[in-house]
Structure formats: C-alpha cells, structure tokens
Design a protein around this ligand. Structure first.
Ligand code: FES
Ligand code: ZN
Ligand code: ZN
Length: 314
C-alpha cells in the first residue's frame, strides 16, 4: 500500500509534478489550498465578492463550484445556459439543478430556446461551426448576466490542460489577438464587460476529474453531439502531454510565464473599448458579434432581448 504523504491512510492519487501521494481528504485539502493560492496570486477577486459561476454540468464546472463553495471565498450564483441541444441539454439542465439543490446553491437557468436562439436553430441558419456559435452565445449571455445583475466577476472552469493547448495552438496559428485574450483574469471594462476569471487555470484535468469522482459529484459524462476536435488541437495536446511526462510541471510553468506576459497587456478590444450599437455591451466593431450574428440568422439582433430577460430576474 502506498501511504499518503501527510497521514497513515492509503494514498488514492499521485501528483507527479508535486511528487506527492495523497489520501482522499488530503487531496481535497491540497486542491482547496491550490484554488485559494490561484485566486490570490492572480488577484481574481477579493474575499466575499459576488461571483457568477458558469456551470455547464461537466466535471470541470461542478468541481470548480464545489471547491469555491467549500473555500467560502465568494458569494456565488450558479448560472447554466440551456443551449437547447436535445437530450444533451436536457441532461445538463437536470444535472446542474440537482447539483445546486444538493449543495444549497442559488442557481439560474437561462433558456435560449424561449427566444428561438438554441444552438441547432442558429447553426441551421449559418455556416459557422456549432462550437464557435455556442462559445460566442455562452460568452455573451454570461457577460450580460454578470453585468446586468451587478456581480463582481464571472468565473469559468477552464483548466490548465485546455489553456496550455489554446496558448500553443494560437501561437502556431500566429493568432495574437486570441493569444493575448487567454489569461487567468480578463479585466472588467466598466459598463461594457465583466471581469472574467479562471480559478482552475493552474489545475490539471486529472485533478479535476479525480476530485469529482472521489466526492461523488453529479456531472454530465455524455459528450455534446456537436463536439469536434480538430487535428491541430489533438496534435498540440499530445505534444504537451509528452512534455509533461518528460518534465512534470511543464504545463504549469508554461501557463505561468504566459500569464505574466498577458496580464501586463490588454487585448486590442479592451484597450479601445466600444459599445455595441444594438445592445450596449462590449464590441470590437459597431455591433457586437452576438447581435451581428443573431441579426444575420434571425433577422433581428437579440442582445437587448436577452438583457431584458436578465434584468427581469434581478
Ligand atoms: Fe457547445 Fe457543444 S456544448 S457546441
Ligand atoms: Zn492523508
Ligand atoms: Zn450587441
């Protein structure tokens, strides 16, 4: 039996980058400390802040929410955007509801099908890939909600393995706009954009998944039917996994160096923030991408409709 580094119990997880074997309890304690350190290191939000947590119902978002609620660092509102992707969305909504009720958390489900802006409807009317439409819609709704309900920050559950892949992929594509946007903290733009934070920025995916399983958290394990991983992403992921195996901790040092650079810069959009002519939130052109996209797909920009719904919930 391999013993826990801190006690006599049996270790259930090994963290190669920290050279630690840990029992269930000390693993949870370790992750909680890691979460608090990340929140403080990157000055994500102050103790007692009001934070919206975007929860898809997957292992990453339920782990983030559970750890944040255990830490007592923030007053949270769990928000799930129902994308109206058939059975997948039905299971996701139920999981988020069950998880929130079991943990006594305030939650809000934003139902896009009410406005005919479910992902399948939108995708049928355009040539854009479902995942890029979905990402844009979720970003819009969560930003609007955090702004309109007056919360201090929006937390999402992006973990380090994915962040490292996006950094390297954006570099290979020489997409510097994207590269500079990848950050543990994206600062607020008063009146236009909420502060966005990624408390799991330095977490490995295996830590997140092991925690969710060890603590029996309900999470959605079916994949979204639209999910598609391109060849470049698979290639970069494999490369980074190899690097991590050769040199445990490689990904976290990459993430930290990247954060040091990007946090001292602002993306072009944030340096010269503009307001969308239709909905008033942040935009790189005259109209934000959500309003522009819904105008093309449905004949009218939907930003203000969504914002009115949100304000009705306040
Ligand atoms: Fe967004 Fe699948 S969850 S496209
Ligand atoms: Zn222990
Ligand atoms: Zn808009």
């Amino acid at each position: 039996m391999v013993k826990c580094h801190y006690c006599e119990r049996e270790a259930v997880v090994r963290l190669p980058y920290a050279k630690l074997n840990l029992c269930r309890e000390h693993f949870a304690e370790y992750l909680l400390r890691k979460l608090e350190r990340s929140v403080n290191r990157y000055k994500m939000f102050g103790k007692g802040s009001r934070v919206v947590v975007g929860v898809s119902g997957g292992k990453d978002s339920v782990t983030l929410t559970k750890l944040l609620s255990e830490s007592g660092l923030a007053k949270m509102l769990v928000v799930h955007v129902n994308l109206a992707i058939g059975e997948y969305s039905r299971i996701s909504v139920e999981t988020v509801r069950r998880f929130s009720v079991e943990h006594g958390l305030d939650y809000l489900i934003v139902d896009l099908s009410e406005y005919g802006i479910g992902i399948p409807e939108l995708v049928a009317k355009t040539k854009r890939s479902p995942c890029s439409v979905c990402g844009m819609v979720k970003r819009y709704v969560l930003n609007a909600l955090t702004m309109d309900l007056g919360y201090d920050a929006l937390a999402t559950a992006h973990h380090g393995d994915d962040m490292a892949v996006y950094i390297v992929k954006s570099f290979l594509l020489q997409d510097y706009d994207q590269l500079y946007k990848i950050s543990p903290v994206n600062y607020e733009v008063p009146g236009l954009a909420a502060r966005k934070v990624k408390p799991l920025y330095e977490f490995y995916e295996f830590e997140v998944e092991t925690f969710a399983k060890l603590y029996g958290l309900p999470f959605v394990s079916v994949k979204c039917p639209f999910k598609h991983v391109g060849w470049l992403e698979s290639y970069v992921r494999e490369l980074l996994d190899r690097a991590e195996e050769e040199s445990p901790g490689f990904k976290v040092s990459l993430l930290r160096s990247h954060a040091r650079r990007t946090m001292s810069m602002r993306s072009a959009e944030q340096a010269q923030p503009k307001a969308c002519a239709s909905c008033g939130l942040i935009s790189s052109g005259t109209e934000c991408s959500f309003c522009r996209f819904t105008r093309r797909a449905l004949g009218q920009p939907m930003g203000l409709v969504v914002r009115r719904w949100i304000i009705g919930k306040a």
